[in-house]
Design a protein around this ligand. Structure first.
Ligand code: ADE
Length: 231
């Protein structure tokens, strides 16, 4: 059985989208992962097939209905009960490489893509759903967030990445940003590659990379340094 993604959305035509190309696309063709989209609107019960309604208490926009979403979620839970259910929302827990690794190690994932102003909160009380945000900004919908989450998981599935080690030494795996990279030409616009990288001294290269990873993390992501210190 391949790692399966169920995507619940009002826009199933957005999938697999970019995931039909490159690494993820090849893995999809090879059957390493599979995709099922579910049209949320198919679970609407009224003649207008409505999936949203006005917010209780007033305010702008519309809210996704708990009853319609629960029916769609119950449908995918019946098909794949072991896969965790995630809802993409700016109110969610931050997506991290730790969560990505945990999801990639499991049987797959079911992702609910939020739209409009939000999702009726009672859905999160009535079903086991992990709310996830891909960052502190607001997207027009959860679909692009779901693509990000899936991309991050798929590249970790066994057989997807070329070199067996290429997932180990990258950004966030050690709690830091990765060191910078260089390649030929050795001189470009008057700039040379750091001498140490051409020395062939592997211990020195490793030390230089560690120092640069720490330096760049300190200046770009002080929040990661704080967390790194805690572990
Ligand atoms: N939907 C809207 N904004 C989002 C975000 N930042 N992450 C996940 N889903 C979202």
């Amino acid at each position: 059985m391949s790692w399966n993604a169920n995507v619940l959305t009002l826009y199933p035509e957005m999938f697999p989208g970019p995931l039909a190309h490159s690494l993820a696309g090849r893995a999809l063709d090879d059957g390493i992962w599979s995709l099922d989209t579910v049209q949320i609107r198919d679970f609407a019960t009224d003649k207008h097939r409505s999936v949203d309604d006005t917010p209780a208490g007033g305010g702008a926009g519309m809210v996704m209905r708990a009853d319609v979403l629960a029916a769609a979620i119950d449908h995918v839970l019946e098909r794949q009960p072991q896969a965790p259910v995630i809802a993409m929302t700016p109110r969610g827990l931050p997506l991290t490489q730790l969560l990505v690794r945990a999801l990639a190690a499991g049987p797959g994932v079911s992702i609910l893509c939020g739209r409009f102003e939000g999702i009726d909160e009672r859905l999160f009380e009535a079903r086991t759903i992990i709310p996830v945000s891909i960052g502190d900004y607001v997207l027009s919908g959860g679909e692009t967030g779901a693509l990000v989450l899936l991309d991050a998981c798929i590249r970790l599935l066994p057989g997807v990445m070329g070199a067996a080690t290429s997932g180990v030494e990258e950004s966030f795996e050690a709690g830091l940003l990765e060191y910078p990279h260089y390649t030929r030409p050795t001189e470009w616009e008057g700039r040379t590659i750091p001498e140490v990288l051409r020395s062939g001294d592997h211990a020195k290269i490793a030390a230089w990379r560690k120092a640069r990873a720490e330096e760049d993390t300190r200046s770009r992501r002080p929040d990661l340094i704080e967390r790194h210190r805690d572990v």
